[in-house]
Design a protein around this ligand. Structure first.
Ligand SMILES: Nc1ncnc2c1ncn2[C@@H]1O[C@H](COP(=O)(O)OP(=O)(O)OP(=O)(O)O)[C@@H](O)[C@H]1O
Length: 607
């Protein structure tokens, strides 16, 4: 419990002056409240003596008004502080989530992470703004009331303390259950978001397979689970507040009976003393019940805080990391038909490989015996070596699952190789920051991500400062003219969530135009023609050939048209580069390539 309070208190760092002022105002309001019974006592006593109570009543009114004003300002400052803490936590979460290690992201569910930024922080706001200060002011006010009651009547105080202690025991027993139920509820809320995101992300599939009911049930189970936990927490909280209420009523009754008997019997204290004591009892009990409520709220918030804290502790992608066990020399030549081009270290007149003139400058990209697995002991790449010269089109072919997209992910440095070396322009990736490595790369992946926003925003995503001429140039190159003309608003027309208003081929061309706008040194294309018709496919082939004048192009190819335009083809089989050359050569030298070509893995243009 103390740990939870300390953790929540740490969150208020940067807002401490505001907390201090708000606490002071709340305490002042409480002090003004505590003064009222004293004045009330005098009002009662002077009335019983037959003196006019008006001046004292005026003081009482002023105390009321001052208490209300101090309380309102204090409350506002606290709420503002709560919003500030939530804003800070949300900024930190968003920044962390956007920089997460890819391996970590693979393990997580997007919806659950989003819920941590939204639902969990909202709960945290209430805890920070209400519970912490309620706890501090409640404790202080209770202590003040206790002292005054001790001064007025120690015996009656003993009665109050005894009954309130009973309530404290009940509260302590219930708090643990409230915390567990609340943690479970927040986890379930995260799961609701994750399940809903899963269904909405595949809505056409859900509809076609008439799975709405199944998906609704699946999400519904999580909703029900959140409901059950919420009800359980509410039940425990209700029992808790009943226990506190009982203690309050009980202590009032006891004080009234015992105190009344003593006043009536002419024992210690006047009627005014008894009235003052009763008012103090109420001032003790109210802050005490707010302390108990705050403890309950903190337990509820602890579940949310744990989830937020966990997300904030997830590993970020470091810009630089120590080089893995790099192979000393890139000499691991794949077996059999792997020719010079596959190994950058292999001797020969053109290190770039056949079909590409020798270039004295280091290649744009060089992979030497690169090995990688997403999970330990399940290697996906088992020894990949290839070079992409500064100006040239290299096609990567291989069966589905051979590791082609994985290789792209390593080149884009979304993952780091377990072994082997990647060099950009002759410089080992391990010696470059990730941002620096990526600065020269453009990537069009299989998902051809199009973001919600305008066409212009999507194109300029890779180069936010690009001018109109540049944008029009890539629109032309990617044959996006008809899309611009058709779209209401042209370049400034919105594309809908995930580019939903575009066809798959149009999305592919948007992604390509965006990549070209970046004017990269190395262009990575993961099967860029899969959704294009024959006309667009031929045009794209020409565009790619032209692009090689400005940059190196590495393209994952499933189409004959793409490989036929390539200066060189690299064959990947079961995570290894096994051959390299031109189409005609490979048909005779590489059985794997021949199989790919004849089994129509490499397809002709779409009709
Ligand atoms: N994020 C991931 N986590 C774990 N395994 C993965 C991940 N991504 C891919 N894999 C696995 O790695 C292997 C290679 O996948 P990859 O996508 O690189 O193949 P590919 O050659 O691009 O296939 P395709 O031509 O079908 O796109 C596959 O067995 C795949 O299941």
């Amino acid at each position: 419990m103390a740990g939870s309070v300390a953790a929540l208190f740490r969150l208020t760092a940067g807002h401490r002056p505001c907390v201090a002022v708000a606490t002071a105002l709340t305490l002042a309001a409480s002090a003004l409240g505590l003064a009222q019974p004293l004045v009330a006592k005098h009002v009662v006593d002077s009335s019983s003596r037959g003196e006019p109570p008006w001046p004292l009543l005026l003081v009482l009114g002023a105390l009321f008004a001052a208490e209300a004003a101090a309380g309102a300002i204090g409350r506002f400052l606290l709420d503002r502080m709560g919003e500030g803490v939530v804003r800070m936590v949300r900024h930190a979460l968003v920044s962390r989530l956007l920089r997460l290690e890819m391996r970590e992201l693979d393990r997580r569910r997007g919806g659950d992470l989003v819920a941590r930024v939204t639902a969990d922080t909202t709960l945290l706001r209430d805890v920070v703004s209400q519970a912490l200060v309620d706890l501090v002011t409640g404790c202080l006010v209770s202590a003040g009331a206790l002292l005054l009651m001790l001064w007025l009547d120690p015996l009656l105080l003993l009665l109050v303390v005894a009954t309130v202690s009973l309530a404290a025991v009940a509260v302590a027993l219930l708090l643990k259950g409230i915390r567990a139920a609340s943690e479970h509820m927040q986890d379930s809320v995260g799961a609701v978001a994750a399940e809903l995101e899963r269904a909405l992300g595949a809505l056409p599939v859900v509809r076609v397979y008439r799975a709405e009911e199944r998906e609704a049930r699946r999400v519904g189970e999580r909703v029900d689970s959140a409901y059950r936990s919420g009800v359980r927490a509410a039940k425990l909280a209700a029992v808790m507040s009943s226990a506190v209420e009982l203690a309050v009523q009980g202590s009032f009754l006891l004080v009234l009976v015992v105190g009344g008997l003593r006043v009536h019997g002419g024992g210690a204290g006047s009627l005014g003393d008894l009235v003052a004591f009763l008012l103090y009892a109420s001032y003790l009990v109210l802050p005490l019940s707010s302390v108990f409520r705050a403890l309950g709220l903190i337990q509820r918030g602890t579940g949310a805080y744990r989830r937020i804290d966990e997300a904030l502790a997830l590993p970020e992608e470091p810009d630089r990391r120590p080089a893995p066990a790099a192979s000393p020399a890139p000499a691991a030549v794949p077996p059999t038909s792997a020719p010079a081009a596959v190994s950058p270290a292999a001797p020969g007149p053109s290190p770039a490989g056949p079909g590409i003139p020798a270039d004295p400058a280091p290649p744009a990209l060089e992979l030497a015996d690169v090995r990688f697995g997403y999970v330990p002991d399940r290697p996906v790449l088992r020894g990949v070596s290839l070079t992409v010269p500064r100006h040239g089109l290299v096609a990567l072919v291989g069966r589905s699952g051979a590791g082609k997209s994985t290789l792209f992910s390593l080149v884009a440095r979304l993952y780091e190789p377990d072994a082997g070396t990647i060099r950009f322009d002759g410089r080992p990736a391990a010696s470059l920051g990730r941002r620096e490595s990526r600065a020269g790369i453009a990537l069009v992946d299989q998902n051809t991500h199009v973001l919600e926003g305008t066409l212009r925003e999507n194109l300029a995503y890779a180069a936010p400062g690009a001018g109109e001429d540049e944008i029009l140039r890539v629109v032309r190159l990617a044959r996006l003219g008809p899309v611009v003309r058709r779209l209401p608003g042209g370049l400034d027309g919105r594309l809908g969530d995930r580019g939903g208003t575009l066809s798959a081929g149009e999305r592919q061309r948007v992604a390509l135009a965006r990549a070209l706008l970046a004017r990269p040194r190395l262009l990575l294309l993961d099967e860029p023609t899969s959704h294009l018709d024959a006309v667009n496919e031929a045009a794209l082939a020409r565009t790619l050939s032209e692009a090689t004048a400005d940059c190196a192009v590495l393209v994952i190819a499933h189409r004959l048209s793409t490989v036929q335009h390539a200066d060189r083809i690299v064959v990947l089989d079961d995570g290894r580069t096994v051959a390299s050359g031109r189409h005609d050569e490979l048909l005779t030298t590489s059985p794997v390539y021949r199989e790919l070509a004849t089994a129509q893995v490499l397809r002709g243009p779409r009709r």
